[in-house]
Design a protein around this ligand. Structure first.
Ligand code: 0O2
Length: 194
């Protein structure tokens, strides 16, 4: 099949399969180790041709298979959603221990939230063949917020006051973050960690 990924397409799909299999195994091990659910759900996607073209144009590069594979970090996107904040870091530590890739970059937007309120833990990983993937780990509330905020960028015909929406989103992000911390504290109290 002819795609924007050219000769890399099948190898990228194989990497996605490996990632999905390893994450399922990792989840089973985490559940056994902590005797509770650590991951709520996981999603994997291959970036659409439209998004690839848009990102290449933002970066000022041509959307050739070589450029896409070498300069676009999130052709493969993995999102791991946890219920509690501590679980995000348990998943991060487990991912660091996997041998199927090397972690080449990490960004903690949970401790260092973006000014708009975006919170998430990001890892860029690279396999032996040089293919990159971006793994985003966050709580359910961080994910719900990110999905809603994402709509602003793509919905061009918003009639309501955009500044008000941005301010309200920031307020919600901070309230959700505070609730995430409270929920974590309550769980720690229930399980005798406090
Ligand atoms: P999309 O449409 O989700 O794919 P990069 O642009 O990846 O080369 P950058 O921007 O330094 O480099 O990476 P960063 O900050 O780690 O962001 C990568 C991805 O995180 C984004 O991909 C989004 O998916 C998500 N993200 C980052 N900031 C925000 C934010 O403020 N709001 C929301 N909703 N998501 C965010 P894309 O390709 O920019 O977007």
């Amino acid at each position: 099949m002819e795609t924007i990924y050219g000769e890399h397409y099948e190898k990228i799909l194989s990497f996605i399969e490996v990632l999905e299999t390893e994450i399922v195994q990792m989840e089973t091990k985490l559940e056994a180790a902590y005797k509770m659910n650590i991951i709520d759900h996981t999603m994997t996607r291959l970036k659409s041709e439209e998004s690839i073209i848009e990102k290449c144009s933002k970066k000022g590069i041509k959307p050739t298979p070589y450029n896409i594979v070498n300069y676009i970090h999130d052709t493969i996107g993995v999102r791991i959603i946890c219920t509690f904040i501590d679980d995000v870091y348990k998943v991060r530590d487990a991912l660091r221990g996997l041998s199927i890739f090397k972690v080449v970059e990490e960004k903690d937007y949970i401790y260092n939230a973006k000014p708009n309120g975006y919170r998430s833990y990001h890892m860029i990983v690279k396999n032996d063949e040089g293919y990159l993937a971006e793994i985003q780990i966050r709580t359910i509330s961080m994910d719900t917020w990110a999905a809603l905020e994402h709509d602003i960028k793509y919905k061009k015909d918003i009639k309501a006051n955009k500044e008000l929406i941005t301010a309200e989103l920031k307020r919600c992000a901070d309230e959700l973050a505070s609730t995430d911390v409270s929920m974590q504290t309550i769980r720690n109290m229930i399980f005798g960690e406090i």
